[in-house]
Design a protein around this ligand. Structure first.
Ligand code: GLC
Ligand code: CA
Length: 575
């Protein structure tokens, strides 16, 4: 058995910042880099080792900065490259590292490379993007090269009048896909998107949509699973293409190996653990770890994410077990997370955001995450138990291209059928990416202390900011925030068990509690979590020796040994 080496990025806790929504320092309603710098002591105090900053690059913001028009410049409302240099230095001087988002599957259509590429068929950069001629149906109608659906609804191909060809965009039309088959393009990506920032001292990257660079060159039609429309979901065809591993190895040899970095790739649509191991095995340098999306995909619809179907606790437990176990006997590594900027808030999705259960259930989820093996990722606001936007917000309050495009496509397809739209709305209320993007709730002053702008932030502030905010929690030892701080300490104190231990689940088909053991050599811990608002029986698993209660999330109520209170969580050490 290969023994995995310990490294700073395994034991470190990562905190993700979404720059638009973290802290506005100059009263223009948008978060910015000086705002982030002003909160680094808060982040350090929470117990964070690594900050991951979502895209702050220059961008026309069709997809909140995941459409980059210049890798070597900062979006002016967020600040400047000089501000970024201060951010790097300010993280380092506090003993923290900083990683950036690496978004190189596509650029913005306003990137100079694409402007050149689209200017003519014989432009030297034509082949830097993916261009194809039209197809024609029997009646002569012009059709895209295949039936692939883009992630943001509609065809993944956009017709270019000027040069009379289609270009591929797996996401928005304003996000053309780069052609990784072209070596010159790859070199330019390495230099502009990676070296530029590594030389400034950044410590690595969260790698956006990392398994989509290689799409093969054939690009056949996707099988029809949604018969009502032409465009079909095609991730099975454009994810994990034939040259994927080669491209990542090259990225390591050419760039990453020259620095002490961490990389965490976004790896959707890759359910087979053996396949995932090919990306993260340390022998074959590709990625240090990846995000597996099974947990955050729970309940999503089969034809479309926003056709929410719900899920059962046993499914969630199975997903946790699968990725806790996947690297056993290998040298691969994994991640622990249940929020990011693309997801609804975890308390609203996996626990209970009703006023009476919000705090306790937020703490319970913190216990689950802090006890799981892998690098832990916390998303801004998760540490104070932020929840989804209230259900009475109309679609107009949602800003995200994914939810809005889907809502509009259903409106069009069903001729504004109220039932269909209500179903979409219900899904968006649970899964919408907007929930994570609401302004961070700092205090109880207007707009949650996020901005001093008179008419508020770029996005609506949560109605409950006076109840859920940092200021009210920071000095309260019973708050969600204080609990997270404590849990991060516990995780580190017993890191062999919690960060590196072996997982063993009990009663995995039970729908109300989640009980598991973490084992490291002779040491072990039992984690017992009640996922319901009712008391539940606690079937204590057998362990050698005595159990000693290490943490509980229930204050002032005497739980019993055999019963778990609603949303109660307990962690015992076996001695
Ligand atoms: C990733 C990002 C998401 C973005 C997409 C396109 O999934 O997390 O926010 O929309 O890639 O770049
Ligand atoms: Ca600002």
């Amino acid at each position: 058995m290969t023994v995995a080496k310990r490294t700073w990025w395994k034991d470190g806790v990562v905190y993700q910042i979404y720059p638009a929504s973290y802290k506005d320092s100059n009263g223009d309603g948008m978060g910015d880099i000086p705002g982030i710098i002003s909160k680094l002591d808060y982040i350090k105090d929470l117990g964070i080792d690594i900050v991951w900053l979502s895209p702050m690059y220059d961008s026309p913001q069709h997809d909140m900065g995941y459409d980059i028009s210049n890798y070597e410049a900062v979006y002016p409302p967020y600040g400047t490259v000089a501000d970024m240099e201060i951010l790097v230095e300010s993280c380092h001087s506090r003993g923290m590292r900083l990683i950036l988002d690496l978004v190189v599957n596509h650029t913005s259509d306003e990137h100079e490379w694409f402007k050149e590429s689209r200017s003519s068929k014989d432009n030297p950069k034509r082949d830097w993007y993916i261009w194809r001629p039209a197809k024609y149906s029997t009646d002569g109608t012009r059709m895209p090269p295949n039936n692939w659906r883009s992630f943001f609804s509609g065809s993944a191909w956009e017709w270019d009048e000027n040069t009379q060809e289609y270009y591929l965009h797996l996401f928005a039309t304003q996000q053309p896909d780069l052609n990784w088959e072209n070596e010159e393009t790859r070199r330019a990506i390495h230099k502009s998107a990676m070296e530029f920032w590594l030389q400034k001292g950044v410590d690595g990257f969260r790698v956006d949509t990392v398994n989509m660079y290689s799409k093969g060159t054939e690009m056949p039609d996707a099988p029809i699973i949604d018969p009502g429309v032409f465009e079909q979901p095609a991730p099975g065809l454009f994810c994990n293409g034939p040259r994927m591993h080669e491209f990542l190895r090259e990225m390591n040899t050419e760039v990453l190996s020259k620095y002490d970095t961490m990389t965490v790739g976004e790896l959707p649509h890759t359910p087979d653990p053996k396949h995932v191991l090919r990306y993260v095995g340390s022998g074959d340098k590709q990625l240090d770890m990846v995000f597996q999306f099974d947990i955050v995909d729970l309940g999503g619809g089969k034809t479309h994410k926003y056709e929410y179907e719900g899920y059962q606790l046993s499914e969630m437990k199975a997903v946790v077990e699968k990725w806790q176990n996947f690297h056993h006997g290998s040298d691969g590594w994994t991640t622990a997370f249940c929020e990011n900027h693309d997801q609804g808030r975890s308390v609203s999705r996996f626990a209970n955001d009703a006023p009476e259960w919000r705090e306790r259930s937020a703490k319970m989820l913190a216990m689950m995450l802090c006890a799981t093996t892998g690098t832990l990722f916390v998303y801004q606001g998760q540490e104070i138990g932020m929840i989804n936007a209230p259900k009475d917000w109309p679609i107009e309050d949602y800003k995200d291209i994914e939810s809005i495009n889907y809502y509009n496509s259903v409106a069009k397809r069903t001729n504004n059928d109220p039932k269909a739209l209500a179903h979409v709305m219900k899904s968006i209320q649970i899964l919408g990416r907007d929930h994570a993007r609401l302004p961070m709730q700092w205090d109880s002053t207007p707009y949650a202390g996020f901005t001093s702008k008179k008419d508020g932030a770029w996005m609506r502030t949560h109605d409950l900011y006076k109840k859920i905010n940092v200021e009210s929690q920071v000095n309260d030892p019973t708050s969600v925030l204080s609990f997270w701080k404590k849990m991060l300490k516990v995780r580190k104190e017993y890191k062999d068990i919690f960060i590196h231990g072996v997982f063993e689940g009990f009663d995995m088909d039970k729908q109300d509690t989640f009980v598991f053991k973490k084992i490291f050599g002779k040491d072990s811990a039992i984690v017992a979590l009640n996922f319901t608002d009712k008391e539940q029986v606690f079937n204590r698993p057998h362990v050698e020796g005595k159990l000693q209660l290490l943490v509980s999330n229930v204050e002032g109520i005497e739980g019993t040994e055999e019963k778990l209170m609603p949303y109660e969580g307990r962690i015992y050490l076996a001695q």
